[in-house]
Structure formats: C-alpha cells, structure tokens
Design a protein around this ligand. Sequence first.
Ligand code: ADP
Length: 151
Amino acid sequence: YTGKHDSEALSGKIRRMLVKDYQSLPVVIKENVSVYDAISAMFLEDIGTLFVAGEDGRLAGVVSRKDLLRASIGQQDLNAVPVHIIMTRMPNIAVCRKEDLLIDVANRLIEKEIDGMPVVRDADTGLEVIGRITKTTIARAFAELATVHEI
Ligand code: ADP
C-alpha cells in the first residue's frame, strides 16, 4: 500500500531531478562530415544520436540511426554525401537546458517520439551543445528512484 505521504515523497523526489545532474557527454560532429564517417563515429562512440554543428560550432542538426540507415539504402556514395544533407535541422531540434526538470524532458521525448535531445546553452551566434539526455538517462533516473537512501 502506498499512502498519500509516500506518493508525495516520490513525486517530490522526481521533481528534484534536474538535467544537469543526469546529463552525459554529447558527441558533436561537423556538418561537412560524410555520412560514412558519421556511421563510423556512431560505432566508435557507441552512441545512438549524433549532434551536428555548423562552421561556427553552433548546433545545426541531429542525425539518428534511422537517418543514417535511410541514407544508406539510397543509391549514393556515402563518402560523398555530407551529413547536413540528411540531418534534421534547426530550428526543428528539440533541446533542453541544464536547469530543466528531467521529468519535463522525459515527457517531451515521449511526445516527440525521439530518443534524445541535446543540452544547450545560449552562445553569441546560436546554441552551444554541452550535454545530452537520452532514453537511457531516463531509465537510469527511474531505476535510481527505487534506491533507498539512509538518512
Ligand atoms: P531513430 O531514428 O534512430 O529511431 P529517433 O527516434 O531519435 O532515432 O529519431 C527520429 C527522427 O527524429 C530522426 O529523423 C531524427 O533526426 C529526429 N530527431 C532525433 N532527435 C531529435 C531532436 N532532439 N529534435 C528533433 N528531431 C530529432
């Protein structure tokens, strides 16, 4: 039986979970990198989503596994196609910030049916990528909720 007190405690615990305490390191590639090299980077970094930066280093787009699969089944030379051709681009990128609540990010991942989003901060000419939140991040945070902390 979970009483009102327990459920309020759980809800409070969830609402204290912030992006900055759970974010992991982002992998950012340049927009002129080839689709072939992006696939290599995805394997090397063991990551499902790559963030793409423009020449100015600011967030320009996102490349997912399925984006790369789609490009790979086309009749094109993967060394000749730059990722900026196939990426999902700004301003259509869902982003979050380090002070956001993790639960709000989780709800946006569900709503937008995406695996992750970059953690960004404002920079002079656009957004700088400083981290990433993925479904794995959310799973880890969820698992942590079952941990009992002795006071
Ligand atoms: P996959 O395509 O490998 O299943 P996703 O579900 O994350 O991975 O991606 C689905 C589509 O949404 C892809 O075209 C991808 O470029 C795009 N996408 C991924 N992350 C974001 C994001 N944070 N904001 C906007 N679009 C995104």
